[in-house]
Design a protein around this ligand. Sequence first.
Ligand SMILES: [Zn+2]
Length: 287
Amino acid sequence: MYFIPYPNENDLKIFEDCARAKGIVTPQEIAQMKCFLANKFNDFHNEMANGNVINIPRSNPSGNFDQNYMEKLYTEQFVGAQGICRDIYERILASPIFLKCPMCAESTVTELDHHLPKNSYYEFSVYTKNLVPICSRCNKKKRHTMPNMVNKQFIHPYYDDFSKCTWIEMVFLNMDPIEISFQCIEDDKISKVILAKLKSHFSRLKLNELYTSHALVKLHDMKNSFHEMIKPKDWDGVASEIGIYLKGVSHRPDSWEFALYTKLLKERWYIEGGFDKFDPQVKPRKI
Ligand SMILES: [Zn+2]
């Protein structure tokens, strides 16, 4: 997954600009709400930075600033083409490296997601640290999941950096024909709370399904490219090529490619001709 530095924006000014552009409320009400939000934003940042998303309470209506009003600030002033904060929306959308979704590290970002869903945490509707660039696939899977339990949480790309650890592994479900799957590593060194978050992120976004389909394409390519090594039994040549692939992705130890090549290098049967047992007609198993 990709870690992104959080947006460095003046969030209280953003709220004020949006509220003034929308109208309905008075300048005094906006000033009062800004004081209230200053504390809320501060709490959000501190709890997220300490991995305590569970401690962040759901929103309660505050005068005119109810769910409907706050959600509209976002849809009208951020998403709307003529919105006063449309430039900030575009800036956050363009922030990930290679424009890749930080939640899956595979698809291209297409939209912003409210990390804490805006229907329940509407105080953070236009708070930029709650707005994460994401792909439509991940956004659809995440939907309105409430992060009020440890097994319903997701990696927050501005606060949780697991991009330099290996927490995904590939396993063989079958050797002939080859069938594979990806899963979270059960590591004693990872705390139970963090492991629950990683597992929830992995399973709720159905990353196994996504990564398996990409890895099957790669296994098919490798079957083709290793074919000429069968007759001379050039198994060192096969291992050496996989080693080169692994070296290329070593800066991404949490990627499916890293998990795939690491596993293949450990499996002597695969290197010694097992790669030929790949059958592109075999569909990925639903797990
Ligand atoms: Zn994604």
